[in-house]
Design a protein. Structure first.
Length: 86
């Protein structure tokens, strides 16, 4: 997690939205701490609630995902021009 701490910042140097939340004298100096927010587990859970999530999990063809993707991407014809057999 990344954190930035800026000490002794004059109140009038802060963005207006931040100043509005602080109820202190105008000549006050403050310390600003900015932290990266963690991803909320609820956002990840929302994906699992989607009815399309995991809709192919029981298909035998997709048991080996890499092999399935190679099969989808394979050319229709062989190098000699003959049609590839499925």
């Amino acid at each position: 997690m990344n954190t930035v701490v800026i000490e002794h910042v004059a109140l009038n140097e802060l963005p207006a939205a931040w100043r509005a939340q602080l109820h202190v004298a105008k000549n006050t100096r403050v310390t600003v701490r900015i932290e990266e927010e963690e991803t909320e587990p609820a956002a990840q859970a929302a994906l699992a609630d989607n009815p399309l999530f995991g809709m192919w999990q029981d298909r035998e063809a997709t048991a080996d995902v890499a092999a399935y993707a190679r099969e989808l991407r394979a050319p229709r014809y062989n190098v000699d021009g003959s049609r590839r057999e499925d």
